[in-house]
Design a protein around this ligand. Structure first.
Ligand SMILES: Nc1ncnc2c1ncn2[C@@H]1O[C@H](COP(=O)(O)OP(=O)(O)O)[C@@H](O)[C@H]1O
Ligand SMILES: [Mg+2]
Length: 236
């Protein structure tokens, strides 16, 4: 069986600056794969290319046996690939529920929107309690839950989480990671972008380490030691 997501030799630029260089990785269905790297390694840039918000200058992205390179975001989401972008971005003035409903605009999601909303409320009961409240009034962790909920509303086969734990308290991080593992157990394929080597290795089956725009090391997490990964991570 071929991989659900396959990223091949991606080159991505901001003007003349090359932020991602020949990056490749792949994710089999129902797995958790980590992309690990320090600040500025090119992780978010790579996620933007996958999600269709930044055009690559070279390389290909395959999802569900389709070449989605250069596709607009709405078509990529319609195919079942969703993002929880860095920083837990929500529509601050809209209510929690309105934010969630925003995630179900594609034909793929629309008919099941009601069931999806129930599922999100089951996963994060707090969101049901605060359904009518402006999303901007929530804490950082709660906003991340809204962002995860919004991605789930699109009925995704795969979700990319870009530094979901950034700036959150350890207990909140633990809780969110437990929910991510639960979603994976329910059949959703996960790409976990992280700076935290230890936490990523603990959660994923396969890890890719990025440094200065390149994938410098990859392997099954059980075969990678924290020491080898840390050395690649810091370029030592
Ligand atoms: N909008 C942008 N314009 C110019 N340079 C950018 C932009 N976004 C990111 N970069 C640069 O691209 C490199 C990779 O950034 P990014 O993909 O955000 O890394 P990461 O997510 O791993 O921290 C960094 O050197 C960063 O400064
Ligand atoms: Mg980033």
């Amino acid at each position: 069986m071929s991989a659900l997501l396959k990223v091949e030799n991606i080159d991505a630029f901001y003007g003349d600056f090359q932020a991602v260089q020949q990056a490749s990785f792949e994710v089999d269905e129902k797995k958790i794969v980590s992309v690990i790297g320090t600040n500025g390694a090119g992780k978010t840039t790579l996620m933007k290319v996958i999600g269709g918000t930044l055009a690559a200058r070279g390389g290909k992205v395959w999802f569900a046996d389709r070449d989605i390179t250069g596709w607009p975001t709405y078509k990529i989401v319609e195919l079942g690939l969703s993002q929880v972008p860095e920083g837990g971005k929500v529509f601050a003035r809209m209510s929690v529920m309105e934010n969630l409903i925003m995630g179900s605009y594609t034909p793929r999601a629309r008919s099941g929107a009601k069931a999806s909303l129930e599922r999100v409320y089951e996963l994060f009961p707090m969101l049901k309690e605060k359904a009518g409240q402006a999303a901007g009034s929530l804490s950082g962790g709660q906003r991340q839950m809204v962002a995860i909920g919004r991605a789930l509303m699109s009925n995704p086969r795969l979700i990319c989480f870009d530094e979901i734990s950034l700036g959150l308290a350890p207990t909140v991080i633990k809780d969110i990671y437990a929910r991510i593992r639960q979603l994976n157990a329910e059949g959703i394929t996960i790409v976990l972008v992280e700076q935290d080597v230890k936490r990523s290795l603990k959660t994923c089956e396969t890890a890719y380490i990025m440094l200065k725009g390149k994938v410098v090391l990859s392997g099954k997490s059980k075969d990678l030691t924290e020491d080898t990964v840390s050395k690649a991570y810091f370029g030592m």
